[in-house]
Design a protein. Structure first.
Length: 188
């Protein structure tokens, strides 16, 4: 089982590296840091998915309730954020930019409605919820270090992406930053 887990981790890491290949060549791009956040979350999953019983057992314990709440909650900002970026952000593959971007990020319109009215990064909020939800499946010191690493990389990702957005959207994005929080509505 452990060999299979290592093979799966390496294979999925290779897939993430392939998707992030342009960003990994540029440490100044937000995708560079996002890759390491994804790796931390992937590592956390393989660290904490010890067995089916461990993942799903004791369903009403505090840690399981917290975990499932976070795991289910992570779906909302992800689905909503992707929908808004696709429908209102008007992604265009021909968008001129100085940073390597994946298709959903190539927006040509600043999105300031829905979740984006309150937070600037609903997709990264979703990844934070996912990371902490996986952590609470089987809390440990090692897992705590990995989830803090994921949190730090997501914070770095958001900060670098904001600088990229200021370069592309200009004063409109700066004004938007003044009226919204980064990850948690009304808090942070």
């Amino acid at each position: 089982m452990d060999v299979l887990r290592v093979i799966l981790f390496v294979g999925l890491s290779a897939a993430l590296a392939y998707v992030s290949r342009a960003s990994l060549k540029d440490a100044r791009s937000h995708g560079f840091y996002r890759f390491f956040a994804w790796e931390c979350i992937l590592g956390l999953f393989f660290l904490n998915f010890i067995s089916f019983q461990q993942w799903f057992g004791d369903p009403f314990s505090v840690r399981q309730l917290i975990s499932w709440f976070l795991l289910i909650a992570c779906i909302v900002p992800a689905a909503h954020g992707v929908h808004l970026l696709r429908t209102q952000g008007k992604p265009d593959a021909r968008r001129p930019d100085d940073a390597p971007l994946v298709w959903i990020e190539k927006t040509t319109q600043l999105v300031t409605t829905g979740a984006f009215k309150y937070i600037r990064h609903p997709l990264y909020s979703s990844l934070l919820l996912l990371a902490w939800g996986v952590f609470f499946k089987h809390p440990s010191w090692l897992g705590g270090g990995v989830v803090l690493g994921a949190t730090g990389f997501l914070l770095a990702t958001a900060k670098v992406e904001e600088a990229e957005n200021v370069r592309y959207f200009g004063a409109a994005y700066q004004a938007y930053m003044q009226n919204t929080k980064m990850f948690i509505p009304f808090v942070f």
